[in-house]
Structures are given as structure tokens and as C-alpha cells.
Design a protein around this ligand. Structure first.
Ligand code: PLP
Length: 229
């Protein structure tokens, strides 16, 4: 029987192999399990198999799920498109937001982050494929946005995130991920302390790790095909 524990183990082995192949330290890459569309019991099962960081895309779905497993020691990452009027619950429920792509959103998250919690950790989402339809700021916008986000009191800017176009062309996958890494290096050279590259999903985690991913966001390879919402 294929269990979540065995699929998690297989994903960990893929991550380990890719990390070793890239000559990077064994703990260089963190696994974020993307549990969107799956119920709380599935999160519980993954937690029993040793997984503690989870990603969610939809606020409404995440709110009840996080509540249902609030007895577990989990870290929640918001990885979906975020509207400015939804920032208050996100700033209260999540430890990380990977999808900051405009200043207004960052300002609202900072203002809404409860004082009792540590600063909200954020990544700026960048569109490295320049597709009209994809969210994320443009490469050229990232510099000004990063400088401004880094100054917000209740946020901690950790790095960059991207979702490139779907392609099975591994050279193109690597080109996109390399573009995000180069952008992070440029921002670090300007004086920002960034340590995170959130990139790589079920089908392209090897390419992302080869190009320096520090967090991969994996859904289907752990949980199977997504359920209809
Ligand atoms: C759904 C989603 C993932 C997980 O994708 P899989 O292909 O299922 O691994 C990762 N990142 C984001 C932003 C997502 O929306």
C-alpha cells in the first residue's frame, strides 16, 4: 500500500540525492508539504511521519484546517495569491508568507502581525518567466520592493520565491531557477540579508535544488493527485 509516510520518504530521498549531486550540505533544503485540498487528517498523518512544515494556498480552507490540527507542533506557510483585504487572518495564522508581490500587501501584513508573535517571515514572489498570467513582481521591480519590505517592522524578509511556467525542459527549468538565484545574489550584494530561495515543486525539485533552492514546496508527490475543491 502506498502511504503518505512512504511517499514522504521517497520525496526526502529525492531531495537528499539532488542536494548531494549539487555538492550542497545535507540540511541545505527544507521540505514544505503543500496540503491544499487535503483534509486535516492527512496533515496529521504526515506529521506522524515526521513532517512539520506545511503550505496552504487558500485562506478559507487553511483556517479551519489549521484550527483542526492546532494540537500539533506545525509551522504554516502561506503560498497562494493574497488579496490585501485578507492580510489580517494570514498575519495571525501563518509563520511565513511566500507570495508578497507588492508593497501594499507587505505593509498590511506588517500592520496586522500580532505583537505576541515573532515577526512574519516573508519572501518576495518574482515572475522569472515573464508570463502575463502569472503572479509575482517583475525582476526590475524586486529591488525597490525588497528594500521597502526589509524596512517594515513586523516582517522579516528572508528571500525570494518563484513559480516558473510548466515545462519538462530541464534546461529551461534550471534557467528560470538560476535567474531567481542571481537576483537574490544581487540583492545580497546591495546589503540585504537574504537566506531563502523558495523554488521547486513535485516535477522540478531536482532542477531547483541544483540552482540553490533552500525550500521546496511539494504537494502531489506526497499527497497524490489533488482533490477537487
Ligand atoms: C500547489 C502548489 C505547490 C505544490 O505543487 P505540486 O506540483 O503539487 O508539488 C507548490 N507551490 C505553490 C505556490 C503551489 O500553489
Amino acid at each position: 500500500m502506498i502511504t503518505i509516510a512512504s511517499r514522504l520518504q521517497a520525496v526526502r530521498e529525492r531531495i537528499q540525492a539532488a542536494t548531494a549531486a549539487a555538492g550542497r550540505p545535507p540540511d541545505a533544503v527544507r521540505l514544505i508539504a503543500v496540503s491544499k485540498t487535503f483534509p486535516a487528517e492527512v496533515v496529521r498523518e504526515a506529521c506522524q511521519a515526521g513532517q512539520h512544515a506545511f503550505g496552504e494556498n487558500y485562506l478559507q480552507e487553511a483556517t479551519s484546517k489549521i484550527e483542526a490540527v492546532s494540537d500539533l507542533p506545525l509551522e504554516w506557510h502561506f503560498i497562494g495569491p493574497l488579496q490585501s483585504n485578507k492580510t489580517r487572518p494570514v498575519a495571525a495564522l501563518f509563520s511565513w508568507v511566500h507570495t508578497v508581490d507588492r508593497l501594499k500587501l507587505a505593509e498590511r501584513l506588517s500592520a496586522a502581525r500580532p505583537d505576541a508573535l515573532a515577526p512574519l517571515q516573508v519572501c518576495i514572489q518574482v515572475n522569472v518567466s515573464s508570463e502575463e498570467s502569472k503572479s509575482g513582481c517583475r525582476r526590475e521591480e524586486a529591488f525597490e520592493l525588497a528594500d521597502a519590505v526589509a524596512r517594515l517592522p513586523r516582517l522579516r524578509l528572508r528571500g525570494l520565491m518563484t513559480i516558473p511556467e510548466l515545462t519538462s525542459d530541464t534546461a529551461l527549468q534550471r534557467q528560470r531557477f538560476a535567474a531567481l538565484r542571481q537576483l537574490k545574489d544581487e540583492l545580497v550584494a546591495r546589503g540585504l540579508e537574504l537566506d531563502t530561495l523558495s523554488m521547486g515543486m513535485s516535477d522540478d525539485l531536482e532542477a531547483a535544488i541544483a540552482e540553490g533552492a533552500t525550500m521546496v514546496r511539494i504537494g502531489r508527490a506526497i499527497f497524490g493527485p489533488r482533490r477537487p475543491r
